[in-house]
Write a protein that binds this ligand. Structure first.
Ligand SMILES: [Zn+2]
Length: 69
């Protein structure tokens, strides 16, 4: 869990579970978040450091899931 302080209290965010299907690297939460902010989509495409293009989506709990495109 990641706890973020906001003016009215604290918000608990689910930690990223996005693992690259190719190299098994855990995609940093910040990387995903910044890409999601630029798009209105619930699924984004991003490139892992291994060079694999992967899709990242959110499940019903708000956890990030990475998958092979
Ligand atoms: Zn990778």
């Amino acid at each position: 869990m990641i706890t973020v302080a906001i003016p009215n209290g604290l918000v608990h965010l689910a930690e990223s579970k996005a693992i690259c299907p190719n190299c098994k690297r855990e995609i940093p939460f910040d990387d995903i978040e910044s890409k999601f902010m630029k798009q209105n989509n619930f699924t984004i495409k991003m490139k892992c450091t291994c060079g694999e293009i992967i899709g990242v989506s959110q499940d019903f709990r708000g956890d990030y899931i990475a998958f092979k495109l």
